[in-house]
Design a protein around this ligand. Structure first.
Ligand code: FEO
Length: 402
């Protein structure tokens, strides 16, 4: 059981965070050895007690204990639901039961239907319109709909008097940061790669909405003093940084010199070709980030996805397998093309025994995307000495050097 954090982070505002080190596969899919946190918030303002989101049901007991250490759940007057995915709503039914179902639930119209669908309960629901401002206690809450970050139900809340932005999934990330806040630059730098991975794993399919919604948020000219997301670090030292980072990931802004290399190799033939390519990448002064599927190693597809957005170029290596792309690579490519579809150059290296199929299939897959396949090499068996030069030339073309 991970740590539970309960802290008053500004006057009358509390964070309730649990560090989930038990979930191995987020959404039963994405490897997260780094863990994840669920952050809920409680605000006492005038006569009102407002809860923002909850935790996953796994931590229901711990959530009720944490909440009850600040306030009797009966006293909660409002619950703002930013997003109904059960990693944030799982503990809500218990809160409502203890509350006597009196609290008014605020959310987009989707929320009422989803609460009933997921938990079979009817609630005192107040739908909020996009951009609507509602006075609660002594504060003014502005609700901004941000559909598809992560579901169509998703919204954020901005507290006008305090410049506080409750983001739900927006501005969140994977991992269990060793602090609540972004105060320490080293903590931030260690955390950001997990944010990139989270964005692509979880909302990559809806990537175009990242830019749209960030533009929308910016159009409100919010005076952001604190960004309080439902996962990961809270941003108070530099709130603009996480907004900018989301935008960069959405646009696929590269880190200088980063080349992503992903390959599968059953018996070392692909590995030989890829090792020449990697050697050339290094010789040309670039930094290869390598993932492989072999008989001794299996990359996490979730990590691979996280390294696509900021790569300058990508090298794919695979064998033909049963007249198709090697299955692990085919699944990896499907996910990359669906969730991390960017305008980036790609070099494809494939090997075959008696018939080269994988290269053509990969080209066909990529032809429907933003990626640009610079060259596809289909190699019969082991890369022979004479072909090394061709692989090195392919890398040069990929990087726009030769
Ligand atoms: Fe953190 Fe989409 O739930």
């Amino acid at each position: 059981m991970g740590k539970v954090w309960i802290e008053e982070i500004s006057d009358g505002l509390y964070v309730l965070r649990v560090d989930d080190d038990q979930t191995k596969y987020f959404e039963a899919m994405w490897d997260i050895p780094e863990g994840i946190t669920y952050n809920a918030y409680l605000m006492k303002t005038g006569d009102a007690v407002v809860l923002f989101d909850a935790w996953k049901k796994t931590y229901e007991k711990e959530f009720i204990e944490a909440l009850s250490s600040i306030v009797d759940p009966k006293e909660i007057t409002h619950i703002v639901v930013h997003h109904m995915e059960p990693d944030h709503s799982g503990a809500l039914p218990k809160v409502l039961e203890l509350n006597g179902y009196k609290a008014q639930i605020l959310g987009t119209t989707f929320v009422e239907k989803l609460i009933e669908a997921f938990y079979g309960i009817k609630v005192n629901f107040r739908p909020v319109k996009d951009g609507e401002e509602i006075k609660i206690g002594e504060k003014t809450f502005r609700f901004i709909h941000v559909p598809w970050l992560h579901w169509p139900d998703t919204m954020i809340t901005y507290v006008i008097e305090d410049g506080i932005f409750f983001g739900g999934d927006v501005c969140g990330g994977y991992s269990i940061p060793p602090a609540l806040f972004d105060d320490d630059e080293e903590v931030v730098q260690n955390y950001l790669p997990h944010v990139r991975k989270y964005i692509i794993n979880v909302i990559g399919h809806y990537k175009k909405y990242i830019h749209q919604n960030i533009e929308k948020i910016k159009s409100f000219n919010l005076d952001l003093k604190l960004i309080a997301p439902a996962h990961g670090l809270i941003w108070r030292k530099n709130p603009a940084k996480i907004i900018e980072f989301y935008e960069q990931v959405g646009r696929g802004i590269p880190t200088k010199g980063k080349v992503l290399v992903v390959y599968s190799s059953m018996y070392g033939f692909v590995e030989k070709a890829v090792s020449v390519a990697v050697d050339e990448v290094k010789k040309l002064g670039y930094n290869p980030v390598v993932y492989k599927f072999t008989d001794t190693e299996r990359a996490n597809i979730s990590d691979i996805l996280g390294d696509v957005p900021d790569s300058e170029a990508i090298i794919i290596g695979t064998a033909t397998y049963e007249a198709d792309i090697f299955p692990m690579m085919r699944f990896t490519l499907d996910e990359i093309l669906d969730k991390a579809n960017y305008e980036k150059p790609v070099l494809v290296l494939t090997t075959f025994g008696w018939g080269g199929i994988a290269g053509k299939k990969i080209e066909s897959l990529f032809s429907k995307t933003k990626f640009n396949v610079i060259e596809t090499m289909e190699i019969k068996g082991l890369l022979q000495k004479g072909l090394e030069k061709k692989v090195r030339e392919g890398v040069g073309k990929l990087l726009g050097i030769k």
